[in-house]
Design a binder for this molecule. Structure first.
Ligand SMILES: Nc1ncnc2c1ncn2[C@@H]1O[C@H](COP(=O)(O)OP(=O)(O)OP(=O)(O)O)[C@@H](O)[C@H]1O
Length: 188
């Protein structure tokens, strides 16, 4: 039996800087961590381009729930195989958080809220041009992703992801004790 990997779970709105922070953490940590994101699957072309509103290609009601159900299971599977993971994710709904808590029970998990000023989120969204306008604010105000339950640590990327900020996250992770806040009851 291998020892399970440790999981650092970054949760933040689109454009909050999760992927950028994940890469900085990966580069700074003294042990290898895999950076895992559902975006990587999307960018690799796993999803068929056809996304009809009805029938088997219906994305919103049919394919998307299964896609993320499976993505959540892969996090647990990769960690169980002994991989340390930095998971870059948007926990959009209370059942997603509950499922992650259930799947990751018994593992060493550290949940980090990646927050950013809404105006800066909108600015980044506009600049990058590869995200739907309003997506980041929808994560904050419709999904209320930062109200789904307690976290272990929180970082604000509004002023940039500096070496100091990266080391602050690593120091907090190194000082973690007891079960992750992920396993405490959710917020709303
Ligand atoms: N601190 C920052 N200051 C300025 N720009 C940033 C900062 N962090 C990230 N960006 C830029 O904002 C955009 C989004 O960053 P990133 O991909 O890291 O966010 P994300 O939270 O992973 O987004 P998504 O969930 O949409 O994939 C990128 O173009 C990135 O270069």
């Amino acid at each position: 039996m291998v020892d399970a990997g440790r999981v650092i779970l970054l949760n933040g709105a689109s454009s909050s800087g999760k992927s950028s922070l994940a890469r900085r953490l990966q580069a700074s940590l003294d042990v290898p961590f895999l950076h895992v994101s559902s975006d990587q699957w999307v960018e690799a072309g796993v999803i068929p381009q056809r996304r009809d509103d009805e029938g088997p290609f219906n994305w919103v009601d049919s394919m998307r729930p299964r896609f993320f159900d499976g993505f959540h299971r892969t996090i647990a599977a990769m960690a169980a195989a002994g991989n340390n993971l930095i998971v870059d994710h948007i926990i959009e709904y209370p059942p997603w958080r509950a499922q992650l808590a259930q799947l990751l029970t018994g593992l060493d998990v550290f949940v980090v809220a990646v927050v950013c000023d809404p105006l800066e989120l909108q600015r980044r969204e506009l600049c990058r041009g590869d995200r739907r306008s309003g997506e980041a604010l929808a994560h904050l105000h419709e999904n209320r992703i930062h109200e789904l339950g307690p976290v272990d640590f929180s970082v604000d990327t509004t002023a940039g992801i500096t070496t100091t900020l990266t080391h602050t996250v690593i120091a907090a992770w190194e000082q973690r004790s007891g079960p992750s806040a992920l396993f405490y009851p959710g917020g709303r």
